[in-house]
Design a protein around this ligand. Structure first.
Ligand SMILES: Cc1cc2nc3c(=O)[nH]c(=O)nc-3n(C[C@H](O)[C@H](O)[C@H](O)COP(=O)(O)OP(=O)(O)OC[C@H]3O[C@@H](n4cnc5c(N)ncnc54)[C@H](O)[C@@H]3O)c2cc1C
Length: 337
């Protein structure tokens, strides 16, 4: 079977690798370069921590497991340490922990001493702070994962065309013809759209309607901000989540952070608001708090445009995928083919 995959983000790469593994003849068409979309602006935290309803949790949990199976030098099974320093956060955490334990999710309530053993450079937060460790969680290095999946696809005979922006899709009884901006055409028995936040546009080329939320006007499930910092002279070895900031190591001694208060801001702004950074960082009980904490460097923002259902998987013929869900999404796309 010949399959044209549109988009070389992590979803497209996972789909391409999964299809070639199953014997398909795959062509990946990428408008720019692999990872040029949302995949390179992701915290890439692998978890099923706060996913509801149950079916969505199950999908994410299965994907966490699949990531552990895939393993490799892109994958960091560090677990996630969550610190709850306010009454509101403690209440929410308690309810979530009870729910997750009931569903068999790996959860450990830990003491401040154990939290410090896990993260020795944690600045001790105020007395009363609660700590929960989620040992099954992890993070990935998205571009390394992309390299691995695309490499696997190429080894299996797939071809990757970069700078190939799809501009037309014509369906016929014998398959589909996909045209790119420079006029080249590619034939396939099936076409899989993995265009992330451009899904609506690409689907429309095939005469399909996929309602999407508009990142310029909405809302928590649509937009997230990502900040990478200058190198931090401290040990941060895992995903650390708080009410104000989620962060993880970024490989070069810096941190990759997603400041929660900025989640849901309409996009643009193109740059994260500099003045808000110290305030956001103060929310974090980690190592180098202000005033001489790390400075933000970049990239600055990312948008994961979602189907209009608000849930990135439900009720849409072309589901979007978070980092956690990539392996599972790949499987379901294959079945659809
Ligand atoms: C700040 C932030 C933090 C996040 N944190 C997490 C997290 O911790 N855990 C998690 O699981 N998820 C997280 N996500 C979500 C996750 O990163 C995305 O869901 C995922 O990267 C989407 O991958 P994708 O391959 O679907 O899309 P993209 O990576 O956007 O890939 C789509 C590709 O399609 C290409 N394309 C578009 N149009 C065309 C065309 N016409 N022709 C050819 N190619 C085209 C684009 O150039 C792009 O390369 C986060 C997102 C953001 C923004």
């Amino acid at each position: 079977m010949r399959v044209v995959v549109i988009g070389a983000g992590v979803v497209g790469a996972a789909v391409a690798a999964g299809l070639t593994r199953r014997g398909a003849q795959v062509t990946v068409l990428e408008a720019r370069t692999p990872g040029a979309g949302t995949s390179s602006t992701s915290v890439a935290w692998v978890n099923a921590n706060n996913k509801t309803p149950r079916a969505y949790f199950d999908l994410n949990q299965a994907a966490v497991w699949a990531h552990h199976q895939l393993a490799g030098d892109h994958f960091f099974p560090t677990g996630n340490l969550e610190c709850a320093a306010t009454d509101e956060h403690r209440e929410l955490l308690e309810a979530r922990v009870t729910r997750l334990i009931g569903m068999g999710y790996p959860v450990e309530r830990v003491t401040a001493r154990r939290a410090l053993a896990l993260e020795p450079d944690l600045v001790p937060p105020p007395p009363g702070t609660e700590y929960v460790f989620f040992p099954g969680e992890a993070y990935v290095h998205p571009l390394r994962l992309l390299g691995r999946l695309l490499g696997e696809a190429r080894d299996g005979g797939a071809t990757l065309e970069c700078g190939a922006e799809v501009s037309a899709i014509e369906a016929s009884a014998s398959g589909a013809k996909v045209t790119v901006a420079d006029g080249r055409t590619f034939a396939g028995d099936a076409v899989v759209t993995c265009a992330g936040r451009w899904t609506q546009h690409v689907a429309a080329l095939a005469g399909l309607t996929v309602p999407m939320l508009d990142p310029a006007v909405s809302g928590t499930v649509t937009n997230g901000f990502l900040v990478t910092t200058s190198p931090v002279p401290a040990r941060l070895s895992r995903v650390l989540t708080t009410a104000g900031l989620n962060l993880r190591p970024d490989g070069e001694g810096g941190c990759c952070c997603s400041p929660c208060p900025w989640t849901g801001w309409p996009i643009p702004p193109r740059r994260c608001p500099r003045r808000s950074w110290p305030r956001s960082w103060r929310c974090c009980p980690a190592c180098c708090g202000p005033p001489r904490g790390p400075r933000p460097s970049g990239p600055w923002w990312g948008s994961g445009r979602c189907p209009a259902t608000g849930s990135p998987w439900r009720g849409s013929p072309i589901p979007g995928g978070g980092c956690t869900r990539w392996p599972r999404t790949a499987g379901s796309r294959w079945r659809r083919c």
